[in-house]
Design a protein around this ligand. Structure first.
Ligand code: NAD
Length: 254
């Protein structure tokens, strides 16, 4: 086991989209990074090189959040590589491919979304926390949960997604209280409409809505917008804050 001098962050789903924006911002602010995710290795080497160019030692761990049995191996791999974990960013998530009426909601689709966005995230956090709590703090420590404006602004056409994010918001609050005495701050970041693979299929619709003023700032958010917020929260400069919710949505939910 090698002892890293830089603080270490795990970013779930960090190989693309918002997660990559977060990993890049954390790298710039001095973190070494373990990104976790699914899929083939294509593009991963480029991401690791990109984070390396920003000064970070970075690794990719292939790990399916829905597979609870794989979580401990992922945590062990990070501990073996870096010797410490200072920050966990629960970013990975999926949204329904097709929106639909509640009367057509299928248990298997509900289970798939909740199984990753909520159940998988909750138990991955549990595994990471056990490792964090087993070692003394060497830097400010934090957990940042990426939910969505959908945690509060529900939509009947994608109740499964909204419920998963509302559940994650409740988890953030409870975890903040559970960890208050440990000095580990817990934050929730609620992105609005952000450019990524998740929104690519509906970008035309969002272009029109943004143009029409749905987003008061009249622009898309970028992964960097979320990354910069997370890097700030993970910096320790907000050490007396915990359970805090940051909406990053250009004014959408005001
Ligand atoms: P994305 O689809 O581009 O990226 C999602 C990431 O999660 C990918 O890296 C993917 O590999 C990973 N992932 C998916 N299933 C996984 C699994 N089973 N195990 C491990 N990793 C898995 O989406 P994004 O837009 O970058 O979204 C990132 C987060 O932000 C999600 O939680 C999403 O719900 C949330 N969010 C996105 C928007 C938006 O407008 N894009 C808005 C609000 C919230």
């Amino acid at each position: 086991m090698t002892e890293a001098r830089r603080p270490v962050a795990i970013v779930t789903g960090g190989r693309r989209g918002i997660g990559l924006g977060i990993a890049r911002a954390l790298a710039v602010s001095g973190f070494d990074i373990a990104i976790t995710g699914i899929g083939d290795a294509e593009g991963v080497a480029r991401v690791i090189a990109d984070l390396g160019a920003l000064g970070a030692r970075a690794v990719f761990l292939r790990a399916d959040l829905a597979d609870l049995g794989s979580h401990q191996a992922s945590v062990d791999a990070v501990a073996a590589e870096f010797g410490r974990i200072d920050c966990l960013v629960n970013n990975a998530g999926i949204a329904p491919v097709v929106r639909g009426d509640f009367l057509d909601l299928k248990p298997e689709n509900f289970d798939a979304i909740v199984g990753i966005n909520l159940r998988g995230t909750v138990f991955f956090t549990q595994a990471v926390l056990k490792a964090m709590l087993a070692t003394p703090a060497a830097a400010p420590r934090s957990i940042v949960n990426i939910t969505s404006v959908s945690a509060a602004m529900t939509s009947p056409e994608r109740l499964d997604y909204c419920m998963s994010k509302a559940g994650l918001a409740a988890f953030s609050q409870g975890l903040a209280l559970r960890l208050a005495e440990t000095g580990i701050s817990v934050f929730e970041v609620r992105p609005g409409i952000i450019r990524s693979d998740m929104t690519a299929a509906v970008s035309g619709k969002y272009d029109a809505l943004i143009e029409a003023g749905l987003v008061p700032m009249r622009r898309w958010g970028d992964p960097e917008d979320i990354g910069n917020i997370v890097a700030g929260l993970a910096s320790g400069k907000f050490g007396f804050a915990t359970g805090s919710v940051i909406q990053a949505d250009g004014g959408l939910s005001i």
